[in-house]
Write a protein that binds this ligand. Structure first.
Ligand code: FAD
Length: 343
Protein backbone atom coordinates (compact mmCIF):
# COMPACT_ATOMS: atom_id res chain seq x y z
CA UNK A 1 0.00 0.00 0.00
CA UNK A 2 1.23 3.51 -0.80
CA UNK A 3 2.25 5.65 2.16
CA UNK A 4 0.25 8.81 1.46
CA UNK A 5 1.35 11.80 3.58
CA UNK A 6 -1.40 13.46 5.65
CA UNK A 7 -2.74 16.58 3.91
CA UNK A 8 -2.26 19.91 5.70
CA UNK A 9 -5.50 21.86 5.91
CA UNK A 10 -5.42 24.77 3.48
CA UNK A 11 -6.64 28.31 4.06
CA UNK A 12 -9.41 27.62 1.54
CA UNK A 13 -11.02 25.22 4.02
CA UNK A 14 -11.41 28.09 6.52
CA UNK A 15 -12.51 30.72 4.00
CA UNK A 16 -16.27 30.07 3.96
CA UNK A 17 -16.47 29.80 7.75
CA UNK A 18 -14.39 32.98 8.22
CA UNK A 19 -16.73 34.81 5.86
CA UNK A 20 -19.61 33.78 8.13
CA UNK A 21 -18.07 35.16 11.34
CA UNK A 22 -16.25 38.26 10.04
CA UNK A 23 -17.34 41.49 8.34
CA UNK A 24 -16.23 41.84 4.71
CA UNK A 25 -13.51 44.37 5.54
CA UNK A 26 -12.00 42.10 8.20
CA UNK A 27 -10.97 39.41 5.70
CA UNK A 28 -8.74 39.62 2.59
CA UNK A 29 -7.42 36.96 0.19
CA UNK A 30 -4.06 36.67 -1.58
CA UNK A 31 -2.45 39.61 0.15
CA UNK A 32 1.15 40.55 -0.74
CA UNK A 33 3.10 40.28 2.50
CA UNK A 34 5.51 42.88 1.11
CA UNK A 35 2.79 45.43 1.89
CA UNK A 36 2.52 44.31 5.54
CA UNK A 37 6.16 44.42 6.59
CA UNK A 38 8.68 47.23 6.85
CA UNK A 39 11.24 45.44 4.70
CA UNK A 40 8.75 45.52 1.80
CA UNK A 41 9.63 41.88 1.10
CA UNK A 42 7.45 38.78 0.84
CA UNK A 43 5.13 36.79 -1.43
CA UNK A 44 1.38 36.34 -0.98
CA UNK A 45 -0.43 35.21 2.17
CA UNK A 46 -3.54 33.13 1.47
CA UNK A 47 -5.71 35.03 3.95
CA UNK A 48 -5.34 38.08 6.17
CA UNK A 49 -7.74 38.71 9.06
CA UNK A 50 -7.78 42.24 10.52
CA UNK A 51 -10.35 41.98 13.33
CA UNK A 52 -12.22 45.08 14.46
CA UNK A 53 -12.95 43.75 17.96
CA UNK A 54 -11.94 41.11 20.47
CA UNK A 55 -15.18 39.27 19.62
CA UNK A 56 -14.26 39.08 15.90
CA UNK A 57 -10.74 37.98 16.82
CA UNK A 58 -12.07 35.22 19.11
CA UNK A 59 -14.55 34.04 16.46
CA UNK A 60 -11.81 33.92 13.80
CA UNK A 61 -9.47 31.99 16.10
CA UNK A 62 -12.17 29.43 16.84
CA UNK A 63 -12.66 28.82 13.10
CA UNK A 64 -8.89 28.59 12.59
CA UNK A 65 -8.61 26.07 15.46
CA UNK A 66 -11.50 23.95 14.17
CA UNK A 67 -10.16 23.83 10.60
CA UNK A 68 -6.53 23.33 11.67
CA UNK A 69 -5.22 25.95 9.20
CA UNK A 70 -1.82 27.43 10.16
CA UNK A 71 -1.99 31.00 11.45
CA UNK A 72 0.40 33.67 12.67
CA UNK A 73 -0.11 37.00 14.41
CA UNK A 74 1.53 40.22 13.30
CA UNK A 75 1.40 43.88 14.27
CA UNK A 76 3.16 46.35 11.98
CA UNK A 77 5.65 43.81 10.65
CA UNK A 78 8.56 45.97 11.83
CA UNK A 79 10.53 43.01 13.14
CA UNK A 80 9.54 40.37 10.61
CA UNK A 81 11.08 38.96 7.45
CA UNK A 82 8.35 37.54 5.23
CA UNK A 83 9.39 34.84 2.79
CA UNK A 84 9.57 35.24 -1.00
CA UNK A 85 7.17 32.26 -1.20
CA UNK A 86 4.63 33.96 1.06
CA UNK A 87 2.57 32.04 3.63
CA UNK A 88 0.01 29.24 3.15
CA UNK A 89 -2.29 30.12 6.00
CA UNK A 90 -4.03 32.94 7.85
CA UNK A 91 -2.24 36.08 9.01
CA UNK A 92 -4.03 37.68 11.95
CA UNK A 93 -3.20 41.35 12.10
CA UNK A 94 -3.70 43.30 15.33
CA UNK A 95 -4.23 46.87 14.23
CA UNK A 96 -5.47 50.22 15.43
CA UNK A 97 -8.93 48.81 16.33
CA UNK A 98 -7.21 47.51 19.47
CA UNK A 99 -6.43 51.00 20.76
CA UNK A 100 -7.43 52.52 24.07
CA UNK A 101 -5.30 54.13 26.75
CA UNK A 102 -5.96 54.86 30.43
CA UNK A 103 -3.48 56.13 33.02
CA UNK A 104 -3.89 56.61 36.76
CA UNK A 105 -1.85 59.11 38.81
CA UNK A 106 -0.35 56.23 40.83
CA UNK A 107 1.49 55.04 37.68
CA UNK A 108 -0.84 52.27 36.51
CA UNK A 109 -1.47 52.30 32.75
CA UNK A 110 -3.69 50.08 30.63
CA UNK A 111 -3.41 50.18 26.83
CA UNK A 112 -4.56 48.31 23.72
CA UNK A 113 -2.17 46.10 21.74
CA UNK A 114 -2.85 47.88 18.46
CA UNK A 115 -1.61 51.26 19.69
CA UNK A 116 1.28 52.75 17.73
CA UNK A 117 4.26 52.68 20.13
CA UNK A 118 5.35 56.35 19.75
CA UNK A 119 1.75 57.41 20.44
CA UNK A 120 1.61 55.15 23.52
CA UNK A 121 4.85 56.67 24.83
CA UNK A 122 3.60 60.21 24.20
CA UNK A 123 0.45 59.47 26.22
CA UNK A 124 2.52 58.01 29.08
CA UNK A 125 4.65 61.18 29.11
CA UNK A 126 1.60 63.47 29.02
CA UNK A 127 0.22 61.51 32.00
CA UNK A 128 3.37 62.64 33.86
CA UNK A 129 4.87 59.16 34.02
CA UNK A 130 8.47 58.07 33.48
CA UNK A 131 9.81 54.73 32.25
CA UNK A 132 8.50 54.39 28.69
CA UNK A 133 10.41 57.27 27.07
CA UNK A 134 13.21 55.02 25.77
CA UNK A 135 10.67 53.47 23.34
CA UNK A 136 9.63 56.81 21.75
CA UNK A 137 11.27 56.05 18.37
CA UNK A 138 10.20 52.42 17.94
CA UNK A 139 7.89 51.92 14.96
CA UNK A 140 5.48 49.11 15.76
CA UNK A 141 2.41 48.17 17.77
CA UNK A 142 2.30 47.89 21.52
CA UNK A 143 1.45 44.18 21.14
CA UNK A 144 4.66 43.68 19.15
CA UNK A 145 6.67 45.70 21.66
CA UNK A 146 5.36 43.72 24.63
CA UNK A 147 5.97 40.41 22.80
CA UNK A 148 9.51 41.34 21.67
CA UNK A 149 10.39 43.09 24.95
CA UNK A 150 11.34 45.99 22.72
CA UNK A 151 13.11 49.08 23.94
CA UNK A 152 16.23 51.14 23.51
CA UNK A 153 19.18 52.29 25.61
CA UNK A 154 19.48 48.69 26.85
CA UNK A 155 16.01 48.83 28.37
CA UNK A 156 13.01 46.67 27.56
CA UNK A 157 9.30 47.43 28.03
CA UNK A 158 9.03 44.16 29.98
CA UNK A 159 10.50 45.97 33.01
CA UNK A 160 7.19 47.84 33.35
CA UNK A 161 4.68 45.20 32.27
CA UNK A 162 2.36 43.96 35.03
CA UNK A 163 0.19 41.64 32.94
CA UNK A 164 -1.16 41.12 29.44
CA UNK A 165 -4.62 40.15 28.19
CA UNK A 166 -4.53 37.54 25.45
CA UNK A 167 -6.99 35.67 23.29
CA UNK A 168 -5.91 32.04 23.18
CA UNK A 169 -6.01 29.67 20.20
CA UNK A 170 -9.43 28.41 21.31
CA UNK A 171 -10.86 31.93 21.35
CA UNK A 172 -10.98 32.29 25.15
CA UNK A 173 -9.58 35.34 26.89
CA UNK A 174 -7.01 35.16 29.67
CA UNK A 175 -4.93 37.55 31.77
CA UNK A 176 -1.27 36.48 32.04
CA UNK A 177 0.80 37.78 34.93
CA UNK A 178 4.32 39.10 34.23
CA UNK A 179 5.88 36.19 36.16
CA UNK A 180 4.70 33.85 33.39
CA UNK A 181 6.05 36.04 30.58
CA UNK A 182 9.74 35.13 31.18
CA UNK A 183 11.13 38.39 29.91
CA UNK A 184 14.75 38.43 28.75
CA UNK A 185 16.68 40.70 26.39
CA UNK A 186 14.37 41.29 23.36
CA UNK A 187 12.48 38.07 24.07
CA UNK A 188 9.46 36.78 26.00
CA UNK A 189 7.42 33.61 26.39
CA UNK A 190 4.74 35.29 24.26
CA UNK A 191 6.83 34.72 21.11
CA UNK A 192 6.02 31.03 21.11
CA UNK A 193 2.77 30.98 23.09
CA UNK A 194 0.43 31.16 20.08
CA UNK A 195 -1.75 33.55 22.07
CA UNK A 196 -2.66 37.00 20.77
CA UNK A 197 -2.09 40.02 23.00
CA UNK A 198 -5.03 42.42 22.94
CA UNK A 199 -4.12 44.69 25.89
CA UNK A 200 -1.40 45.19 28.49
CA UNK A 201 -1.09 46.69 31.94
CA UNK A 202 1.99 48.61 33.12
CA UNK A 203 3.40 50.35 36.14
CA UNK A 204 5.46 53.51 35.63
CA UNK A 205 7.02 56.02 38.02
CA UNK A 206 5.80 59.59 38.44
CA UNK A 207 8.00 62.00 36.47
CA UNK A 208 8.29 65.57 35.28
CA UNK A 209 6.37 66.04 32.02
CA UNK A 210 8.66 68.79 30.69
CA UNK A 211 11.83 66.87 31.43
CA UNK A 212 10.35 63.74 29.85
CA UNK A 213 9.37 65.65 26.70
CA UNK A 214 12.92 67.01 26.41
CA UNK A 215 14.33 63.51 26.90
CA UNK A 216 12.03 62.14 24.16
CA UNK A 217 13.10 64.86 21.71
CA UNK A 218 16.76 64.08 22.47
CA UNK A 219 16.26 60.35 21.88
CA UNK A 220 14.48 60.98 18.56
CA UNK A 221 17.22 63.34 17.37
CA UNK A 222 19.94 60.81 18.27
CA UNK A 223 18.09 58.03 16.43
CA UNK A 224 17.60 60.20 13.35
CA UNK A 225 21.32 60.89 13.21
CA UNK A 226 22.29 57.23 13.70
CA UNK A 227 19.80 55.04 11.81
CA UNK A 228 19.08 54.76 8.08
CA UNK A 229 15.74 56.37 7.26
CA UNK A 230 15.34 56.37 3.51
CA UNK A 231 15.51 52.67 2.61
CA UNK A 232 13.09 50.01 3.84
CA UNK A 233 14.50 48.14 6.85
CA UNK A 234 13.49 46.27 10.00
CA UNK A 235 15.63 48.05 12.56
CA UNK A 236 18.47 46.18 14.27
CA UNK A 237 18.91 42.70 12.83
CA UNK A 238 21.05 41.13 15.57
CA UNK A 239 20.58 41.26 19.35
CA UNK A 240 23.37 42.79 21.37
CA UNK A 241 25.42 40.19 23.25
CA UNK A 242 27.21 41.16 26.49
CA UNK A 243 30.32 39.07 25.63
CA UNK A 244 30.55 40.58 22.15
CA UNK A 245 29.92 44.00 23.63
CA UNK A 246 32.87 43.78 25.99
CA UNK A 247 35.12 42.35 23.25
CA UNK A 248 34.28 44.75 20.38
CA UNK A 249 31.02 46.60 21.02
CA UNK A 250 27.48 46.31 19.62
CA UNK A 251 26.68 44.00 16.65
CA UNK A 252 26.90 46.90 14.17
CA UNK A 253 30.52 47.56 15.10
CA UNK A 254 31.38 43.85 14.98
CA UNK A 255 29.87 43.54 11.47
CA UNK A 256 31.80 46.64 10.39
CA UNK A 257 35.06 45.17 11.78
CA UNK A 258 34.30 41.97 9.86
CA UNK A 259 34.44 44.13 6.70
CA UNK A 260 30.79 43.85 5.75
CA UNK A 261 29.49 47.40 6.15
CA UNK A 262 27.84 48.31 2.82
CA UNK A 263 28.12 44.75 1.45
CA UNK A 264 25.20 43.79 -0.79
CA UNK A 265 23.59 40.64 -2.11
CA UNK A 266 21.09 41.45 -4.80
CA UNK A 267 19.12 44.45 -3.60
CA UNK A 268 19.68 43.67 0.09
CA UNK A 269 22.53 45.60 1.64
CA UNK A 270 24.20 45.87 5.03
CA UNK A 271 23.51 49.54 5.61
CA UNK A 272 26.45 51.85 4.90
CA UNK A 273 25.06 54.05 7.73
CA UNK A 274 24.68 51.40 10.46
CA UNK A 275 25.96 47.86 9.95
CA UNK A 276 23.34 46.21 12.19
CA UNK A 277 20.65 47.30 9.70
CA UNK A 278 19.94 45.56 6.40
CA UNK A 279 18.23 47.80 3.86
CA UNK A 280 16.12 46.95 0.83
CA UNK A 281 17.41 48.95 -2.12
CA UNK A 282 14.35 48.11 -4.22
CA UNK A 283 13.70 44.51 -5.17
CA UNK A 284 15.46 42.62 -2.33
CA UNK A 285 14.29 39.04 -1.74
CA UNK A 286 14.07 37.26 1.60
CA UNK A 287 16.76 34.88 0.32
CA UNK A 288 19.13 37.86 -0.11
CA UNK A 289 18.45 39.10 3.42
CA UNK A 290 18.90 35.61 4.90
CA UNK A 291 22.17 35.21 3.01
CA UNK A 292 23.45 38.51 4.47
CA UNK A 293 22.35 37.45 7.96
CA UNK A 294 24.15 34.11 7.56
CA UNK A 295 27.26 35.82 6.20
CA UNK A 296 27.43 38.48 8.93
CA UNK A 297 26.95 35.83 11.62
CA UNK A 298 29.64 33.63 10.11
CA UNK A 299 32.22 36.42 9.61
CA UNK A 300 31.71 37.81 13.12
CA UNK A 301 31.98 34.31 14.56
CA UNK A 302 35.26 33.78 12.68
CA UNK A 303 36.54 37.10 14.04
CA UNK A 304 35.41 36.80 17.66
CA UNK A 305 34.26 33.23 18.33
CA UNK A 306 30.81 34.60 19.20
CA UNK A 307 27.73 33.71 17.14
CA UNK A 308 25.23 36.58 17.08
CA UNK A 309 21.52 35.81 17.31
CA UNK A 310 18.95 37.65 15.22
CA UNK A 311 16.22 39.73 16.81
CA UNK A 312 14.34 39.78 13.51
CA UNK A 313 12.01 36.82 12.98
CA UNK A 314 11.44 34.95 9.73
CA UNK A 315 8.02 33.64 8.71
CA UNK A 316 8.31 30.46 6.62
CA UNK A 317 5.64 29.52 4.04
CA UNK A 318 4.39 26.75 6.38
CA UNK A 319 3.83 29.23 9.24
CA UNK A 320 6.92 28.49 11.33
CA UNK A 321 8.20 31.74 12.79
CA UNK A 322 11.67 31.79 14.31
CA UNK A 323 14.70 34.05 14.73
CA UNK A 324 16.09 34.65 11.24
CA UNK A 325 19.60 33.32 12.01
CA UNK A 326 18.08 29.86 12.53
CA UNK A 327 17.03 29.85 8.88
CA UNK A 328 19.98 31.72 7.39
CA UNK A 329 22.83 29.89 5.67
CA UNK A 330 25.97 31.30 4.08
CA UNK A 331 25.62 30.82 0.32
CA UNK A 332 28.65 29.28 -1.39
CA UNK A 333 28.70 31.83 -4.23
CA UNK A 334 29.46 34.75 -1.94
CA UNK A 335 32.20 37.05 -3.24
CA UNK A 336 34.61 38.71 -0.82
CA UNK A 337 33.33 42.06 0.44
CA UNK A 338 33.98 44.80 -2.09
CA UNK A 339 33.18 42.86 -5.25
CA UNK A 340 29.42 43.09 -4.90
CA UNK A 341 29.47 46.40 -3.10
CA UNK A 342 26.87 48.96 -4.15
CA UNK A 343 27.52 52.57 -3.31
C1 FAD B 1 13.43 51.60 11.83
C2 FAD B 1 13.21 50.62 12.95
C3 FAD B 1 13.76 50.84 14.19
C4 FAD B 1 13.55 49.94 15.24
N1 FAD B 1 14.09 50.21 16.45
C5 FAD B 1 13.88 49.35 17.47
C6 FAD B 1 14.44 49.63 18.77
O1 FAD B 1 15.09 50.65 19.00
N2 FAD B 1 14.22 48.72 19.75
C7 FAD B 1 13.47 47.60 19.55
O2 FAD B 1 13.29 46.83 20.50
N3 FAD B 1 12.94 47.31 18.34
C8 FAD B 1 13.12 48.16 17.30
N4 FAD B 1 12.59 47.87 16.07
C9 FAD B 1 11.88 46.60 15.88
C10 FAD B 1 10.34 46.69 16.06
O3 FAD B 1 9.90 48.00 15.78
C11 FAD B 1 9.87 46.28 17.44
O4 FAD B 1 10.27 44.98 17.75
C12 FAD B 1 8.33 46.39 17.54
O5 FAD B 1 7.96 46.38 18.87
C13 FAD B 1 7.61 45.26 16.82
O6 FAD B 1 6.23 45.59 16.72
P1 FAD B 1 5.35 45.13 15.48
O7 FAD B 1 3.95 45.51 15.79
O8 FAD B 1 5.88 45.67 14.22
O9 FAD B 1 5.53 43.57 15.55
P2 FAD B 1 5.76 42.49 14.33
O10 FAD B 1 7.03 42.84 13.66
O11 FAD B 1 4.52 42.55 13.49
O12 FAD B 1 5.86 41.17 15.13
C14 FAD B 1 6.99 40.90 15.93
C15 FAD B 1 6.73 39.66 16.78
O13 FAD B 1 5.70 39.94 17.71
C16 FAD B 1 4.58 39.05 17.53
N5 FAD B 1 3.38 39.87 17.73
C17 FAD B 1 3.08 41.07 17.16
N6 FAD B 1 1.91 41.53 17.64
C18 FAD B 1 1.47 40.59 18.53
C19 FAD B 1 0.30 40.48 19.36
N7 FAD B 1 -0.64 41.44 19.39
N8 FAD B 1 0.18 39.37 20.12
C20 FAD B 1 1.12 38.39 20.13
N9 FAD B 1 2.24 38.44 19.37
C21 FAD B 1 2.40 39.53 18.59
C22 FAD B 1 4.72 38.51 16.11
O14 FAD B 1 4.13 37.23 15.99
C23 FAD B 1 6.24 38.45 15.98
O15 FAD B 1 6.75 37.30 16.62
C24 FAD B 1 12.78 48.77 15.01
C25 FAD B 1 12.22 48.54 13.74
C26 FAD B 1 12.41 49.45 12.73
C27 FAD B 1 11.78 49.21 11.39
Amino acid sequence: MLDVPARRPTAGSALTRLHQVLAADELSRDVALAGLGRWRIGGPADLVVTPRSTESLAAALRVIAETGVPHVVIGDGSNLLFDDEGFRGVVVRVGRAFGGFAAKPDGHVEAGAGLWVPSFVRQVIEAGLAGATHAIGIPGTLGGLVTMNGGSQRRGIGENVLSVDVVKRDGTRRRIDRTELRYSYRASALQDAGAIVVAARFRFEPGDRHALRREAIGILAARRAKFPRVRANCGSVFVSDPKLYSLIGPPGLAIERAGLKGFAIGDAQISPDHANFIVNNGQARSADVLALIGLARERVRALTGIAMDAEVRHLAPDGVMRPAHEVAAVPRFIQPPGQEHRP
